[in-house]
Ligand binder design. Structure first.
Ligand code: G3P
Ligand code: CA
Length: 321
């Protein structure tokens, strides 16, 4: 099932090494690198026009967009598991995306659906607990579930990770995280709780904040709360506001992350043309792009990042990193 693309992986590895040696900054590593959270902050006010060049930089035009492994390398390993982020790392990808929700007893866990039914064997273990909502199960109950067999028997025994376990692995793998607060309306206070845990784990120090962490949500309210609690954090709003609405979003977010079918080059340009919450040109990371023609199309539109289940396919198509 897992297809190694040696040429592309080697090219990406070489490119990464070259950039590190050049100090260029280490694509997506140095605070000033394009696509990195801590790109230089300008003094421009949120919503004010950004410099004409927008968010795209020479480096990004050369290297291609930042590639985010969606729910990990989820075409090749069960989504949102430790296996999926390990797989992304082995394929040479630094940035992973995940989804954070909360158990009945208050543990943060990494899972996409608000029900455990699709991605675990919960129906077998707890047949009388329909609709098997994450918020109705304790962490201990969820820890018993098999989150791998539904995807492939080879992954039997994979678990729904707690956010703590997940972050430990992201740290060990030296990866970077696009963290999505999923369905925050179900979990009052999840923003504060998530930030508290990230702080305890050392992910809110200057280095992590500037290089390795972005927090996003489909809920504008949730993104606004994160920005209020930690104004230094880079945030993203998931959706496609109209051009007229963009300045309002620029007050509390740095990025607008839309479904790829909803955007045009003009819209991307309009986003790039505004300064975000930290005073620099807003960026666009689009999802879910799993084929080469679409990857090339959105790159032509000028997106800064591509969120994908098949990071190898995107890298091969557009040379992203
Ligand atoms: O990161 C973008 C993407 O995750 C949004 O959709 O439903 O997969 O969380 P979804
Ligand atoms: Ca997500």
């Amino acid at each position: 099932m897992y297809v190694v693309r040696p040429a592309a992986a080697a090219a990406a590895a070489f490119l990464g090494l070259a950039l590190s040696l050049l100090g260029a900054g280490a694509a997506a590593a140095a605070p000033g690198a394009p696509g990195s959270p801590g790109s230089p902050r300008s003094t421009g006010a949120p919503g004010a026009p950004a410099p004409a060049s927008g968010a795209a930089t020479g480096q990004q035009r050369f290297l291609g967009p930042v590639v985010y492994s969606h729910r990990g390398a989820s075409a090749y390993a069960p989504e949102n598991t430790i296996d999926s982020i390990d797989r992304a790392m082995w394929m040479g990808f630094k940035w992973v995306e995940n989804d954070v929700q909360r158990t009945r007893d208050g543990e943060l866990v990494v899972i996409h659906d608000d029900s455990l039914a699709r991605t675990t064997n919960v129906e077998q273990l707890f047949p009388d607990r329909k609709p098997w909502l994450v918020k109705d199960f304790t962490a201990a109950e969820i820890a018993r579930l098999d989150a791998g067999s539904w995807f492939d028997p080879a992954f039997a025994g994979a678990r729904v990770p707690t956010l703590r376990e997940y972050m430990d692995r992201v740290q060990d793998n030296q990866q970077r995280l696009l963290l999505e607060i999923k369905k925050p309306e179900l979990y009052p206070g999840i923003e504060e709780q998530t930030l508290k845990l990230l702080g305890e784990l050392g992910w809110l120090d200057a280095k992590h904040v500037s290089q390795r962490l972005v927090v996003q949500s489909f809920s504008a309210d949730s993104v606004r709360i994160v920005h209020r609690l930690r104004p230094d954090l880079v945030t993203a709003f998931l959706g496609t506001p109209t051009v007229a609405e963009l300045p309002r979003y620029a007050e509390f977010t740095d990025r607008i992350n839309p479904w790829h079918t909803t955007i045009t080059a003009d819209w991307v340009k309009a986003v790039h043309g505004l300064r975000g919450a930290h005073g620099k040109a807003m960026e666009v990371d689009t999802w879910i792009v799993d084929d080469a023609p679409t990857a090339r199309k959105v790159r032509e539109m000028g997106v800064d990042g591509i969120i994908t289940n098949m990071p190898d396919v995107v890298r091969e198509a557009v040379g992203g990193f």
